[in-house]
Design a protein around this ligand. Structure first.
Ligand code: F0G
Length: 457
């Protein structure tokens, strides 16, 4: 039976900033209606991301004191390597300062200009890194992924038939690797089943293409497998994790999520060739292969965090907390994606504010309203982040979904904090007819959501 409470006590606390509505109006204007430009000290509850925002345990803090800061061959590296090998079963383990650095290194080794990289759904940095190497990032989510009415248990799955078709048409010369993101962040933190991953692996094997996982939230994915996939309920999470990674040739990981650290990541692979290429490239841009842009103490925190991140009682608590928030909102009639994802609740802004057209960014508008209402910071995962261009006309095309993500940092907020968040969302929902669209007044070429400026329409 799940505990029903957090499996930890709180030893250090941080005050929460409180602001008035008049102040928030000013801050929002100064930030050009882009919540990435707010000062964190003006945010009451920060659900912008679950990445690098978690609280570390006393075991992690004490491990940091053992950090071996030697340039090469530090003991901290070997401690970190042992944890990664234990979970992934992969021999070559390369630390990086965060996930996108691992992506950059992997694609530097594997992707040539003009090649295609399919994924169930690329996260924004993954897509940008594929493009950075001249490649084309393709998304092949399963059919239910974009259906808000589907309660399918594994909406993160890949369309393996579509992948097979693609590989038959394009051949392995054009597709240097296939990626699967667990959990699938961009479609709502939805999990991928072992059965689906096995299918994907079969397809990859048939065409001789390696399969890599984007494993940022692999532990949450394993928890979902245990609780939703037939025959998995009695297996320890570590065993499930080993099977999951066992189906892949390699993995990149942003350890800022399920690694329970504030900074860190890695690339793990079974391929000596890939490891060798990456090791050569990384000296120039990331660091020597036994530290990869991290301090020895960061590697120690990660060695411990990776193990804690897979603990059953922790994941029961975490996923339960996210589920409760989703349920509160759903009960109040707020359109949220169900079942809830592992790390976040996703509000369907297209249904929340159907009067705001997609290219006037209903998600951004809702995000701004939540900040104004109660100082809650969230992020838009919709047409600001993922709009595309029609190749012929150059016309802007909306993203498949307009979502607002309430990402829950790990071990940071209690249910009381999230009750407050629910009240804020429900208050905005009652006055949803007042939401107005936004237009872009400045947008950089790549990853525009981080830096764009908006003006209310
Ligand atoms: N892959 C996934 C699935 C991610 O969600 C992220 C980051 C990355 C890779 C990149 O990792 O940030 O360590 O370089 N996601 C964060 C988020 C930023 O808010 O979802 P990174």
């Amino acid at each position: 039976m799940p505990l029903g409470f957090e499996p930890y006590k709180i030893k250090a606390v941080e005050s929460i900033p409180l602001t008035t509505r008049a102040q928030r109006e000013k801050y929002l204007r100064q930030a050009h209606y882009n919540l990435f430009s707010l000062k964190a000290r003006n945010v009451t509850i920060d659900l912008l991301t679950d990445s690098g925002t978690g609280a570390m345990s006393q075991m992690q803090w004490s491990a940091m004191m053992r950090g071996d800061e030697s340039y090469a061959g530090a003991q901290s590296f070997f401690n970190f390597e042992r944890s990664v090998r234990e979970i992934t079963g992969m021999h070559h383990v390369i630390p990086t300062h965060q996930g996108r650095a691992a992506e950059n290194l992997l694609f530097s080794a594997l992707v040539e200009p003009g090649q295609l990289v399919p994924n169930n759904t690329h996260f924004d940095t993954t897509e940008a890194n594929v493009r950075h190497k001249g490649g084309v990032a393709l998304n092949l989510p399963c059919r239910e992924a974009h259906d808000p009415d589907s309660r399918a248990p594994f909406k993160g799955n890949m369309d393996w038939r579509g992948l097979d078709r693609l590989l038959r048409e394009q051949g392995r010369e054009r597709v240097p690797l296939v990626m699967v993101t667990v959990t699938n962040n961009s479609v709502g933190g939805q999990p991928v089943s072992l059965a689906n991953l096995r299918r994907v692996r079969e397809v990859c094997d048939r065409h001789g293409v390696p399969l890599y996982l984007d494993a940022a939230r692999y532990a949450e994915n394993c928890w979902f497998i245990k609780h939703r996939e037939r025959g998995q309920a009695k297996r320890p999470l570590l065993e499930i994790a080993r099977e999951l990674f066992g189906l892949a040739h390699g993995a990149t990981m942003s350890a800022k999520k399920d690694g329970l650290v504030n900074i860190g990541g890695f690339l793990a692979t079974r391929s000596k060739q890939v490891a060798r290429k990456v090791t050569e490239v990384m000296v120039v841009i990331e660091g020597f292969r036994t530290y990869g842009g991290l301090a020895g103490r960061d590697l120690e925190a990660l060695a411990v965090g990776l193990r804690e991140g897979l603990e059953e009682s922790w994941l029961d608590c975490r996923i339960g907390q996210v589920e409760r928030l989703a349920k509160k909102l759903d009960d109040a009639g707020v359109p949220v994606q169900l079942p809830a994802g592992g790390h976040a609740v996703f509000i369907d802004a297209a249904r929340f504010a159907p009067h705001v057209p997609p290219l006037q960014f209903p998600g951004q508008s809702l995000s701004c309203a939540l900040y104004l209402e109660g100082g809650v910071r969230t992020s838009e995962i919709g047409s600001v982040m993922f709009a595309s261009r029609d190749e012929q006309s150059g016309e802007e095309l909306p993203a498949p979904m307009e979502l607002v993500r309430l990402a829950v940092p790990r071990r940071v907020y209690t249910d009381n904090h999230l009750d407050y968040v629910a009240q804020v969302v429900i208050a905005v929902h009652k006055r949803r007819a007042e939401l107005r669209g936004l237009r872009l007044s400045y947008a950089p070429q790549k990853l525009r959501h981080f830096l764009a400026h908006f003006k209310p329409i």
